[in-house]
Design a protein around this ligand. Structure first.
Ligand code: ZN
Length: 252
């Protein structure tokens, strides 16, 4: 029996704040900046951090294992990005006494998230309520999947989208079966559209080639594809992920 639940990224509720946050952080997040398109459409921007930045990562205190588990999973990206991570651990009560963003990325833990995770994308983390977590992970720290779950969620926090949603995805989804399967895992149709099915290609945005081995790719069962197509869950950062991150956060 497959107990795996899947990551859900947090949809933006305020597109203007999302746009402003991304452009203030790194002007090239505006994909239209060098184009001559007449109409700028919000939502087409990327959400990458400024190259060379030290990201402050606030981890809510949970138990003796939680802080180390986050540091370990997140740090898997460090060899491939020109970013630094500054990890701090704080008690919830202290976090709630501040009305400032105490971390660019804010991680809390919920047992109901065991086997899955959720995160906002890139600079969306510094919009909205500063006390709210931007990433939620489970509390099954001894699970062999835990480190992978952390690394995958930090991929989102560094601005990556789901690879199976690449505009040139090769996944031959059987739509009816896909909606039914994910409904059984608690996904609404909107959440399937938002987290599973292909996204439109955005003009002006740079894409790497589709990479079925990306750590940002879901496991895909043959049962929900047409023909004969499946992909196991990728627990390691792929060569494609490395190439993309090196291009997005290059050494100066
Ligand atoms: Zn995800």
């Amino acid at each position: 029996m497959n107990q795996i639940k899947y990551c859900k990224t947090t949809p933006i509720t305020d597109p203007i704040a999302s746009y402003n946050s991304a452009i203030n952080e790194r002007p090239s997040n505006d994909n239209n900046i060098s184009g001559n398109r007449k109409k700028r459409s919000i939502g087409e921007h990327t959400k990458y951090w400024q190259v060379g930045k030290t990201l402050k990562i606030l981890v809510f205190s949970y138990n003796e294992e939680s802080f180390e588990a986050i540091k370990k999973g997140a740090s898997k990206w460090l060899p491939y990005v020109n970013l630094k991570f500054d990890f701090i651990e704080m008690d919830e009560e202290d976090i709630y006494q501040s009305d400032q963003f105490l971390g660019d990325i804010r991680v809390d833990f919920q047992p109901y998230m065991n086997g899955s995770g959720g995160s906002r994308i890139g600079t969306d983390t510094i919009t909205g309520n500063p006390q709210a977590s931007s990433m939620t992970l489970g509390t099954d720290f001894s699970s062999p999947r835990y480190e992978y779950a952390v690394t995958h969620e930090f991929g989102h926090a560094l601005g990556l989208l789901h690879e199976h949603q690449h505009p040139e995805t090769e996944v031959p989804w059987d739509l009816d079966k896909t909606y039914t399967y994910y409904a059984s895992l608690g996904f609404s149709r909107t959440e399937v559209d938002h987290n599973v099915l292909p996204l439109e290609r955005i003009p002006g945005r740079t894409y790497a080639p589709y990479d079925r081995h990306s750590i940002m790719h879901y496991e895909v069962s043959n049962d929900i594809t047409t023909g004969d197509w499946h992909q196991a869950e990728n627990h390691q950062i792929s060569q494609g992920d490395i190439a993309f991150m090196r291009r997005t956060y290059p050494e100066s």
